[in-house]
Design a protein around this ligand. Structure first.
Ligand SMILES: *[C@@H]1O[C@H](CO)[C@@H](O)[C@H](O)[C@H]1NC(C)=O
Ligand SMILES: *[C@@H]1O[C@H](CO)[C@@H](O)[C@H](O)[C@H]1NC(C)=O
Length: 342
């Protein structure tokens, strides 16, 4: 175990993918040819978490300068699912209690409102605040139509089956059986007798992409049980053909430079290392993980935080579109709907 942790830290610091996550990588392998002298200088000369002189191998999608806010806003605002029977991309946020699911929803809504809005009720108590299935259609900018993005919030994941949302209930949500507002309870699993149960869900009832949410400031304290939960979930969700990405929240809490200036997220090796750890926790290549920060503790919007949030949404929508491509027969309506859930 210690050897594993050490290996992950070691590979993390040197920018390479930990062995456990390398197989799922969809991106070309990043060069790891970092001069040893340079690498060690991190420990000896630099206490700063951002260091542009050290050519540490950052993720491809973090390395390039981000797109402009206006272009991202336009692409997310005018997004249409590439599937005619689906009006809304339904995205499920899944993560431990207080990982930042609700504040991500509020923050994305804030970007479109142009002011800081508390859309989803944000809870910070240690027990899960959201116990119901709640879907939020993100409203558009003033005077524009609502976006075609719906973010779905459910109660937090626990370390074990009975302390949080069960695997069975999560899969029921993803398959589209669970009615809006359903109150989850570990001892009352979703069944065909459940009030409002959707017996024959269609493509538009289903979840089209899952975004795992993990808190950067808690990565080191997450339990082994949670890791098992994630890996089980990933396996079952993949079996349903649903693509998964991840949001790394609260990046401002682990990197003081990023807290002061969000653009530093692209240079911070602490954040890069935490991304690697999140990848190991989720069993996911870091190319699927994007860093975000919330708006709930601020009064004014900041263009760079907007870019970070919009980039995350844009990233999610790309994977939702992959789902539509995979389900093309159902999308074009040339095939009658078959319930895969017999
Ligand atoms: C924030 O924006 C929303 C939507 O544009 C508006 O309804 C609300 O009144 C605004 N709130 C403040 C405090 O400006
Ligand atoms: C928002 O982010 C800040 C800084 O990372 C954190 O302290 C705060 O708890 C977050 N708020 C919520 C509601 O998650």
């Amino acid at each position: 175990m210690y050897v594993m942790v050490f290996l992950i830290s070691f590979f993390g610091i040197f920018g390479a993918q930990p062995p456990t996550t390398a197989t799922t990588s969809a991106q070309p392998t990043i060069s790891t040819a970092v001069d040893t002298k340079d690498s060690f200088s991190i420990f000896t000369t630099s206490l700063s978490s951002t260091d542009q002189k050290n050519p540490l191998a950052l993720n491809e999608h973090l390395k390039f300068p981000p797109r402009q806010k206006t272009s991202l806003m336009k692409s997310v605002g005018s997004y249409r699912p590439s599937c005619e029977v689906v009006n809304q991309a339904r995205v499920l946020l899944l993560g431990p209690v207080s990982s930042g699911k609700s504040s991500f929803i509020s923050s994305v809504q804030s970007v479109f409102n142009g002011n800081v809005t508390n859309r989803a009720m944000v809870g910070s108590s240690t027990t899960s605040f959201t116990k119901k299935l709640q879907s939020f259609n993100i409203r558009g900018q003033k005077g524009e139509d609502p976006t075609r993005l719906t973010l779905c919030d459910v109660m937090g994941l626990g370390d074990a089956e009975m302390t949080g949302l069960t695997l069975h209930d999560i899969l029921s949500v993803i398959k589209g059986h669970v009615p809006e507002g359903h109150k989850f309870s570990p001892d009352q699993p979703v069944r065909s007798e459940t009030v409002g149960y959707v017996k024959k869900p269609t493509l538009k009832d289903r979840i089209h992409c899952v975004a795992f949410v993990v808190d950067a400031s808690k990565i080191l304290t997450y339990s082994k049980g949670l890791r098992t939960t994630f890996q089980q979930l990933r396996e079952h969700i993949s079996d349903l053909g649903v693509h998964q990405v991840a949001l790394l929240t609260h990046v401002d809490q682990i990197c003081p430079e990023t807290a002061k200036d969000v653009t530093q997220v692209y240079n911070s090796w602490i954040i890069q290392e935490t991304m690697d750890r999140a990848g190991a926790l989720l069993g996911m290549s870091t190319s699927y993980i994007v860093p975000v920060k919330n708006y709930s503790s601020e009064l004014d919007l900041d263009v760079n935080t907007d870019v970070l949030l919009l980039s995350a949404v844009d990233h999610i929508l790309q994977y939702a579109d992959l789902y539509y491509q995979d389900n093309t027969p159902q999308c074009t309506g040339t095939m009658t709907y078959k319930d895969i859930d017999i």
